[in-house]
Design a protein around this ligand. Structure first.
Ligand code: COA
Length: 267
């Protein structure tokens, strides 16, 4: 599915934003890097979420990935730039996406195929309906990267799947497939990969028929934006502090050099 929006000039071709029939679709479009998300892509997503809040024509938001994956998570090159002191850890573009997710009171539907790493999985906790491919691979390997959870996942993940499973995903980098994600309550349904986009679109088409104010009131009652943003800010501080540590530098160097990290010599 591709939709274009002639009203808004794109910030980057790596995110395609389109409005069609009340559905604002946000497609991550960097398939050669498994849709790893750069700062420019975060800015584009943040802009789309901001528009969703203020544009009456938008009744539901759909996030999906072009190609075979939702997203391999934050671009590790961007993390490396911070770890090496080339960029400050504050005021990251991702923070504007997180604020947008916390504040969004219109329905958010996410379609998950292939890899959903880091924010590719934690964004699901901020969605209202999730459709996942049976063979999708979901992971939140924050500790393997010497980082800490984000997107309010430190609160929402244990609430959703229980502390033990959440800790295993955060600290051991446990990868779960789509069937498991649905069984654990991270998704509404696990489907064959070629049916996921259609199922998500069908759900969006059903939602645009619903009364918008009742939808927004329901979502606001179910999710407290202020609490979520407070948790996200606490996480952002921990995440930002970790980004500049020697252990994070080791993790990012190891990724670039395609070798396992060695944290054993670091205090
Ligand atoms: N940041 C930057 N580049 C990434 C990336 C990321 N998060 N994830 C994948 N890529 C790039 C790879 O470097 C590779 O680029 P290249 O072809 O120029 O070498 C390309 O995308 C394909 O990835 P590759 O690792 O070859 O695919 P794979 O199928 O062997 O493994 C993953 C897929 C997702 C398991 C693996 O890419 C990975 O672990 N990525 C990092 C995930 C991560 O830790 N994200 C941050 C979470 S906070």
């Amino acid at each position: 599915m591709t939709m274009t929006d002639t009203q808004t000039a794109p910030l980057t071709d790596d995110v395609i934003v389109g409005l069609d029939g009340g559905i604002l679709s946000v497609s991550l479009n960097r398939p050669s890097k498994k849709n790893a998300i750069t700062d420019a892509m975060y800015e584009a997503v943040a802009g789309a979420l901001q528009r969703a809040r203020t544009d009456k024509a938008v009744r539901v938001v759909l996030i999906r990935g072009e190609g075979e994956n939702l997203s391999a998570g934050n671009d590790i090159g961007d993390f490396t730039a911070i770890a090496m002191g080339m960029k400050p850890p504050e005021d990251l573009a991702v923070h504007r996406v997180l604020k947008g997710l916390a504040d969004l009171d219109k329905p958010l539907v996410i379609a998950v195929k292939g890899f959903a790493v880091g924010i590719g999985t934690t964004m699901l906790l901020n969605a209202d309906l999730v459709f996942v491919a049976e063979d999708a691979k979901l992971s939140t390997p924050f500790v393997n990267l010497a980082l800490a959870p984000e997107a309010a996942s430190s609160l929402l993940m244990p609430m959703r799947i229980g502390h033990a499973r959440a800790f295993s995903m955060f600290a051991l980098g446990e990868v779960i497939d789509g069937r498991t994600a649905a069984a654990w309550g991270l998704a509404n349904a696990a489907l064959p990969a070629d049916q996921v986009d259609a199922a998500a679109l069908k759900a969006c088409q059903a939602l645009v028929q619903r009364p918008i104010n009742a939808l927004r009131a329901t979502k606001r009652l179910m999710r407290d934006a202020e609490v979520l943003w407070a948790i996200m800010q606490r996480e952002n501080a921990a995440f930002g502090a970790q980004l500049t540590t020697p252990e994070a530098r080791e993790a990012f160097m190891a990724f670039a050099e395609r070798r396992p990290p060695d944290f054993t010599k670091l205090d």
